[in-house]
Design a protein around this ligand. Structure first.
Ligand SMILES: C[S@@+](CC[C@H](N)C(=O)[O-])C[C@H]1O[C@@H](n2cnc3c(N)ncnc32)[C@H](O)[C@@H]1O
Length: 246
């Protein structure tokens, strides 16, 4: 049962002075409800990411969750992998990391872990990693910085390590793209978001969430050195893919 004070009402009142979307205290407080109602099959995407991560996480290495928000992925993965594996959650939102810390403490984590406040546009340390996760986060990294980040992740992965990404994407064709976005807003309506909430959030995200086509993501991963990328999830304008470093 969800506590009313954690429901996503972030855009339910008319906003007189629109501004860019921020992962501050208001969003962090409602985030778990927001992501479940805004991302189709979010629970299943998480389950798949956790299943894939558990398959590839190696004893004595690091699992790094970039843009970890409230820590949902780390909480799900914790019971499934060796306790010698160190978890690192990275986010630039202090409020998100506070929520994450509370969740991890409730789970009684025995493994070494750290929560790092850092901006992915700047230097983020990734080393000895068997798994790196970017769940709904790469889309918030400004395009100019994306290649650099992917290259840094590639360099920080051990041989056989994987990068697991889930992203909002653009369709390859503009007609399908328009339709997919229309179906996505229908999905939000079915999840009880009003027209005003949908419109205000769309406006707030316009300059900060920049989706690539699936083909553009694949190209970027190939150019960074990943020998193979496989799509494991697709729903209209949402996708999940995993890349391996040989
Ligand atoms: C949609 S949420 C990610 C959801 C989360 N991975 C999950 O599976 O529930 C995006 C997260 O990325 C973080 N973020 C966005 N831009 C960032 C940046 N430049 N550096 C670090 N974190 C960033 C936000 O604070 C937010 O917590």
């Amino acid at each position: 049962m969800k506590d009313d004070k954690h429901l996503d009402n972030v855009f339910s009142e008319e906003i007189k002075k629109p501004s860019d979307f921020k992962f501050g205290a208001t969003v962090a407080n409602a985030f778990d409800d927001m992501v479940e109602r805004s991302v189709p099959f979010y629970g299943e995407i998480q389950r798949m990411i956790i299943e894939l991560a558990a398959e590839h996480a190696l004893p004595g290495t690091n699992v790094v969750d970039l843009g970890c928000s409230t820590g949902t992925t780390m909480v799900g993965l914790n019971p499934l992998v060796d306790e010698s594996i160190r978890f690192t959650g990275v986010d630039d939102s202090e409020e998100m990391l506070k929520k994450c810390e509370v969740k991890l403490r409730q789970e009684n984590f025995k493994r070494p872990y750290e929560l790092v406040i850092a901006d992915l546009h700047e230097d983020v340390k990734i080393e000895n990693a068997s798994v790196v996760i970017l769940c709904l986060t790469l889309q918030f990294v400004r395009p100019l910085y994306r290649e650099n980040l992917i290259k840094k992740i590639y360099d920080g992965l051990v041989s056989g390590g994987v990068l697991i990404i889930s992203e909002k994407i653009l369709a390859e064709d503009s007609l399908f793209n328009r339709n997919f976005i229309k179906y996505y807003y229908d999905y939000k309506r079915r999840n009880n978001y009003s027209e005003m909430e949908i419109a205000q959030k769309r406006e707030a995200l316009e300059n900060v969430l920049i989706p690539y086509k699936l083909s553009e993501n694949m190209k970027m991963l190939r150019e960074a050195g990943f020998s193979h990328t496989e799509t494991f999830f697709k729903w209209y304008n949402f996708s999940g893919f995993i890349s391996i470093k040989n």
